[in-house]
Design a protein around this ligand. Structure first.
Ligand code: KG4
Ligand code: ZN
Length: 345
């Protein structure tokens, strides 16, 4: 189905190149995602130079594939949106420059998008009553680069309530996976291993910071896991002295500590602002234990929970094109000399 307003979205802020077309901010006509996981796996983390080159190599092909699957011609597109912040500068530049070029050639409006806000809108797109009914809400974004809580009055009015003061939740998952010598990316590997472990085996610290605020800190728990694995005097060089069961217990206990803080802070924000809907986005929102705990606790507190399908938790351009629609209908266009930024609330 083609709507009246077709927005092309482009996402290239980290290690996924993605392009999508969304009609009227809600109907997905097509979404292509090229993951770079195999390219970064042996470095156990995203290498920025490799990431930007890989974006460059595939973005044009992805665009033509998208036009084919969506059955849309370039001239039918109403406006072009791309993420310009926050993210890896070289990676952002590839998507942003592609979007600007299409906008200039087609003489169609260009719209710059905040990646974190797009994750929240991505959750709203999964709401059964439609994204425009998903607001007001509290938004939790948990990814490899960000952990933040927002008060979201509308798709264009998202107020940051708190964010991580050090590592993002996904970063902690990835680093703990490295400590346990698990494959990259670490989040899904911990998720899988933790299913065989006991969440109450080890009492890893829950870092609440100020209980009344919505900031996070995950560097302490990462260090706690490191000392637990290597011993207080670092006498073990790595995790090879551990049995599979011990590793699974560490993964499950670590995961439980991170999840408890994420869930309780999100519920705390809902209560503080008297908002009874919670939108959750970002790669860590794919975590099965987090999803289960969110379902359990929001049901207890009478809060409506909106969780995206797994493929829309991690980076994708559908969320970018969706949010782009709201900026388009409000006339919020951006000039073609707008720059990228590694930071952005
Ligand atoms: O949103 P995303 O694709 O990229 C960023 O914007 O950072 O999130 C990637 C992060 C990685 O840290 C990855 O380990 C984590 O999401 N992740 C998970 C799971 N799937 C992906 N973390 C925990 N459990 C998972 N199942
Ligand atoms: Zn992301």
């Amino acid at each position: 189905m083609k709507g009246n307003t077709l927005i092309l979205g482009i996402e290239s802020s980290c290690d996924e190149t993605s392009v999508a077309i969304v009609a009227d901010g809600k109907d997905l006509l097509g979404c292509e995602v090229a993951s770079q996981i195999p390219l970064h796996a042996r470095f156990k983390g995203v290498v920025p130079e490799i990431a930007s080159r890989a974006h460059l190599e595939c973005i044009n092909t992805l665009l033509y594939e998208l036009m084919d699957t969506a059955g849309v011609g370039f001239k039918e597109i109403t406006a072009i949106s791309a993420v310009n912040r926050p993210g890896l500068v070289g990676s952002l530049l590839v998507g942003l420059t592609t979007a600007k070029t299409i906008s200039w050639v087609l003489e169609k409006p260009f719209i710059a998008i905040n990646h974190i806000h797009a994750h929240i809108y991505g959750a709203a797109m999964s709401y059964e009553k439609g994204p425009s009914s998903a607001f007001p809400a509290v938004g939790l974004v948990v990814s490899g680069g960000h952990t933040s809580i927002y008060k979201c009055i509308s798709p264009l009015d998202m107020e940051l309530l708190g964010s991580t003061q050090d590592d993002a939740a996904g970063e902690a998952f990835d680093k703990v996976a490295t400590i346990l010598d698990l494959p990259y990316p670490g989040g899904p590997a911990i998720d899988k291993l933790a299913r065989n472990g006991r969440a109450d085996a080890i009492n890893f610290p829950r870092t609440w910071l100020d209980r009344d605020r919505f900031d996070f800190s995950f560097s302490g728990i990462k260090t706690a896991v490191l000392y637990y694995v290597k011993g207080k005097d670092l006498s073990f060089p790595d995790s090879s002295h551990l049995t599979e069961q011990e590793k699974a217990d560490i993964a499950a206990s670590f995961q439980a500590a991170v999840v408890e803080v994420l869930v309780e802070k999100s519920i705390g924000a809902c209560k503080r602002y008297n908002i009874n809907r919670l939108l959750v986005g970002g790669g860590v929102a794919a975590n099965s234990f987090l999803r289960r705990e969110l379902v359990r606790r929001t049901a207890e507190e009478n809060i409506e929970l909106v969780l995206p399908d797994l493929r829309f938790c991690t980076d994708n351009a559908a969320m970018v094109a969706g949010l782009g629609y709201w900026r388009y209908i409000n006339g919020l266009f951006d000039p073609l000399d707008i720059d990228v930024s590694s930071v952005g609330e």
